[in-house]
Ligand binder design. Structure first.
Ligand SMILES: [Fe+2]
Ligand SMILES: [Fe+2]
Length: 269
């Protein structure tokens, strides 16, 4: 099974690029399942129902969210109705929607799960290690699911690295989202789990993590804010990984993927 997993979609430029290019990418690279993080797709904060539909229409199979899951009010209701959208399993207990879902791909069952980190995050979310274990007790590779894919939405590279090594061999893929900058450590861990610390964003890389650069730079220099942040609107790079998952639910191959925009191109040649 070949998976394309893309990092945080930031603003209109990334939504448009996905809508225009995803079907060609899927065809050219024989992608069978597409997971995208879209916590910043609507004005950089959260995801509206309209934009979620646009991403599904473009060929996305599953959307994950993050700490910005409910920044767009309508997601509070929409997440209950649209079960292809997942929010973190360790968000507030009262949060609407679900943190995981099992998808059927032919005869295969794919478990997708999102979890939030604790280190350097603004809100004190509950322990991601413990939260994941609860699910891995119920779902195991080669018994009741054929693939397990984890979106670890976290800030610290150390925390992401630790969870990945802790889960090595028990999940098919664990990849980080949230920092909006891709890391260069794409690899298969010793026991067969595909890993990259952060997938980077789908967005304009001539920006400060997706936001038009003027206001963030001003705030760093003066410590004062003048305007709201708004997503940068230059051509987006679509950034993520492509993973081949074998019949044992582990990774045969993982490659970085970056398409169009300001970052170097990897994966479509
Ligand atoms: Fe985030
Ligand atoms: Fe994000």
């Amino acid at each position: 099974m070949r998976l394309l997993f893309l990092g945080d979609i930031v603003g209109k430029t990334a939504r448009t690029s996905l809508a225009e290019n995803l079907s060609n990418i899927k065809k050219k690279l024989s992608i069978e399942f597409v997971l995208v993080n879209a916590e910043n797709a609507t004005s950089g904060v959260g995801l509206s129902a309209t934009h979620a539909k646009l991403l599904f229409d473009a060929g996305v199979n599953c959307i994950s969210l993050g700490d910005h899951a409910f920044d767009q009010n309508e997601m509070i209701n929409f997440a209950e109705r649209e079960n292809r959208i997942i929010r973190p399993i360790n968000y507030a207990k009262s949060a609407p929607g679900s943190g995981f879902r099992i998808f059927n791909l032919g005869v295969k069952k794919i478990l997708i799960l999102q979890v939030l980190g604790q280190v350097f995050m603004k809100k004190p979310f509950s322990d991601p290690f413990e939260a994941i274990e609860t699910y891995l007790k119920k779902y195991t590779l080669n018994s009741n699911v054929d693939a397990i894919i984890i979106d670890f939405h976290a800030e610290a590279t150390s925390e992401k690295n630790a969870l990945a090594l802790h889960l090595d061999g028990r999940v098919s893929v664990i990849a980080g989202t949230h920092t909006h900058i891709p890391t260069a450590d794409t690899r298969i861990l010793p026991n067969g789990t595909a890993y990259q610390t952060d997938l980077g964003m789908c967005g304009d890389y001539l920006s400060v993590i997706g936001m038009e650069k003027t206001e963030p730079i001003r705030r760093f220099i003066t410590g004062m804010s003048k305007e709201r942040f708004r997503p940068a609107d230059g051509e987006a790079t679509l950034s993520g990984i492509i993973v081949d998952i074998n019949d044992n639910g582990l990774a045969n191959k993982v490659s970085p993927f970056r398409y169009k925009g300001h970052l170097n191109q990897i994966g479509m040649e």
